[in-house]
Design a protein around this ligand. Sequence first.
Ligand code: AHM
Ligand code: MG
Length: 339
Amino acid sequence: MTKKFRAYTLNEFIVRQQNAFPYATGDLTRLLGHIGIASKIVNREVNMAGLVDILGETGTENIQGESVKKLDAFANDQFKSILGSSIEVCGLVTEEEKDLVSFESDLSREGKYIVCMDPLDGSSNIDVNVSIGTIFSIYRRISEIGSASVEKDFLQPGTKQVAAGYVLYGSSTMLVYTTGMGVTGFTLDPSIGEFFLSHAKIVMPAEGRFYSINEGNYINFPQGVKQYIKYCQVDDPSTNRPYTSRYVGSLVADFHRNMLKGGIYIYPETTSMPEGKLRLTYECNPIAFLAEQSGGIATNGRGRRILEIPPESIHQRTPFFTGSPKMMKQAEDFMQLYA
Ligand code: AHM
Ligand code: MG
């Protein structure tokens, strides 16, 4: 007998989740729906990238001093435009813009949420057809409803996130998110342009075999990280070592694999980047929320929970360690031992 199969779309699922809260207004549901729509538009462009002349540098630099690819700019414009016309959102911080974007229409000022996002992460992979992603994080504003959003709305610790997630533009396109009730994954059916529930409750294995780090920076790593990498490479069948090195160079892709299969992702501070590379508000916090909600851990490598770091500026960087709890403990132990 064939098993009965009920295909849930992203929208159906988030509405059902909302119904679990009798006083929910539906604002967050609509906001997540808007992110889903914008991501489908970005997905279409990402898929067309090899066909149309959209690749290459725009010739401008983002505020991190990195060159902006055309698709980064496109994704930024899309999300800004869709979130800007979404009355649930009053403001946005994105990797591509130096200052926060405050949506000023009377309706958007009434919005109770703010969004921090990296519209297209993994920029070095865009024009070589390697997986890239969108990362987003949603908070309730602190400022008064009806006024313009202000910086303090965006400087809340990650523990205050209401929802967070990513879209992975990979061999298939997935939207993965959490509202603090576990992690759920949806896969896009490109033939009808709909996200369907494909991963009902994602649980990160307690330990794994993948370690993901840019070993090209080895010489500049802290001693604890160097020692941990050596530990990963030792032949010890009783602990499943040597582990396997996997590094795409797109945080979303590396994290997604490690969350499903078990592993650890590390972007530590280096001598040339003493604060690390990744941004706290729109890269590390959303990924840390997903990591914890799936049973994993996310720290700065020195025992500090990412979600508890109070951001001091919207583009702040932090060293980032995240992954399976047993691997994280081992890595943290090395960091402490060689501090
Ligand atoms: P980006 O925001 O410029 O794309 O940089 C973030 C990316 C992450 O996705 C990835 O994990 C990391 O930078 C890779 O950096 P590196 O090339 O230094 O290994
Ligand atoms: Mg980025």
